[in-house]
Design a protein around this ligand. Structure first.
Ligand code: PGA
Length: 220
């Protein structure tokens, strides 16, 4: 079986103390889940990236890191921005094009293209979120996360049948790209999606914040 990606998108959550507690639980319990054919990625806030890196290394955990965003610019005079080279010190992946960034930060396709260019120059793997099967997948993207906006954080996930339809379209147009589903995935409903042929994994928000819930998502 092809590997499936489990990406925890922590959004704007967790203090360093909460990060410590998450990893304490993870290191004590991770051996209880079968990680064969699974790739685990955590996307914390920028401020937690270094701490997560240190804890992953300290406990030798099979976990990768992603940044939730990347600057559209290289290093330079861009106050408040975190560039790809800085991210690369701690993480291997970046998320771009999330609906929340489109909605609240007004990011558009041009921004996304620039972010992907910056990320690719530092050999960061790009996870691009798309909203539906019509959304453009940019060049250089290795993982696409289909996240219908009304399924995000709503407790109202898209149906496995519709996810399957979207994946069929996206996979035809983007050969070789891993396609993930995201939007109200929980330990209770994750099973419903596992038989989708083209499923490359999940992007999980709310249900990934609690370490025991995160491990439950991997327990099948
Ligand atoms: P959710 O978020 O699992 O809380 O719906 C998913 C996401 O936005 O990545």
């Amino acid at each position: 079986m092809e590997k499936r990606f489990f990406i925890a998108n922590w959004k704007s959550h967790k203090t360093s103390q909460e990060v410590h507690a998450f990893f304490e639980y993870l290191k004590d319990n991770i051996t209880k889940v079968d990680l064969k054919d699974k790739v685990l990625i955590i996307a914390p806030s920028y401020t937690d990236l270094m701490l997560c890196r240190n804890l992953i290394d300290k406990y030798s955990l099979p976990v990768h890191l992603a940044a939730q965003n990347v600057s559209s610019f290289p290093e330079g005079a861009y106050t408040g921005e975190i560039n790809a080279k800085q991210i690369k010190e701690f993480a291997d992946y970046v998320i771009v094009g999330h609906s929340e960034r489109r909605k609240y930060m007004h990011e558009g396709e041009g921004d996304i293209e620039n972010k992907i260019r910056e990320a690719s120059e530092e050999e960061l793997h790009v996870i691009q979120c798309i909203q539906d099967e019509q959304s453009m997948v940019h060049k250089g993207v290795e993982l696409v996360a289909y996240e219908p906006p009304n399924a995000i954080g709503s407790g109202n996930p898209d149906s496995p049948e519709h996810v399957n339809q979207v994946f069929e379209v996206v996979s035809k147009e983007n050969v070789g790209v891993h396609i993930l589903y995201g939007g109200s995935v929980t330990p209770e409903n994750i099973q419903n999606y596992l038989s989708i042929e083209k499923l490359g994994g999940f992007l999980i928000g709310g249900a990934s914040l609690d370490a025991s819930s995160f491990l439950s998502l991997l327990s099948w």
